[in-house]
Design a protein. Structure first.
Length: 240
């Protein structure tokens, strides 16, 4: 879940309609997080049984039994109004086809989960907005140990971008500061804040507290800056 939310939160105020293909556990967790707001969230699931399971777990999300390549269904749900189309099923080929069709039918941005790394350069070349390969999490596990201690987890994305979960320590230089007062590098964005088991959508008024976990998406040029930003406050001995 922390892997996907920063993608949506980049322009969260503008995200009003999200359509998800595939009622996987990841999709259900994501829908639960998104439906807490006023957003229109819908899931398309080809398996009737899985659609029923998802519908039982979700309060506001509309779960539809149907194909991810059903053009009539895309018209029915007004795909052209979708801010995001997320292809999260366990079938790579159907994910790709459904995302391509969603873009054709007007979805503003599309995200594809693919387990086959060979698809990544192809999807990039055809202009897919966001592509995620879960196998890159293996690389992420290594990156976690290379980062500073406050980085709790790291996920590697294409183009060498990283999604980092960073803990806010009591002695951090940004603790008790409003987000609007923090000099955040332009190569990075805050996607979400995890606080005492709850997920907060970032805004300028939120004050970071000790114990928070901050989900950050950073390009290569911003990774080291982010690490320094979350580092300890510097203390100086008085000059005599």
């Amino acid at each position: 879940l922390p892997f996907l939310l920063p993608m949506l939160n980049k322009t969260l105020d503008e995200v009003q309609k999200v359509i998800i293909y595939g009622a996987t556990p990841m999709a259900i967790h994501l829908a639960k997080a998104l439906e807490e707001g006023t957003r229109d969230v819908r899931i398309i699931e080809p398996s009737r049984d899985m659609a029923h399971v998802a519908a039982d777990q979700l309060k506001k999300t509309v779960v539809m039994h149907g194909s991810g390549t059903d053009m009539d269904l895309f018209n029915e749900i007004n795909m052209k109004e979708a801010d995001f189309f997320l292809a999260l099923s366990d079938d790579d080929e159907n994910n790709i086809l459904s995302a391509l069709l969603a873009k054709k039918y007007g979805a503003k941005r599309a995200l594809v989960i693919t387990n086959d790394p060979e698809y990544l350069p192809i999807l990039d070349s055809i202009g897919m907005d966001i592509t995620i390969n879960p196998r890159l999490i293996t690389v992420s596990a290594i990156l976690k140990h290379l980062r500073k201690g406050r980085v709790m987890s790291v996920f590697k994305l294409i183009e060498d971008a990283e999604v980092m979960e960073i803990g806010v320590e009591p002695d951090s230089s940004i603790v008790d500061k409003q987000i609007s007062k923090i000099k955040f590098p332009k190569e990075a964005i805050i996607g979400a804040i995890l606080r005492k088991g709850e997920m907060l959508i970032p805004n300028d008024e939120i004050v970071l507290e000790a114990g928070d976990s901050v989900i950050v998406v950073a390009l290569p040029g911003g990774i080291e800056k982010i690490e320094k930003l979350f580092d300890r406050k510097r203390s100086f001995l008085p000059f005599r």
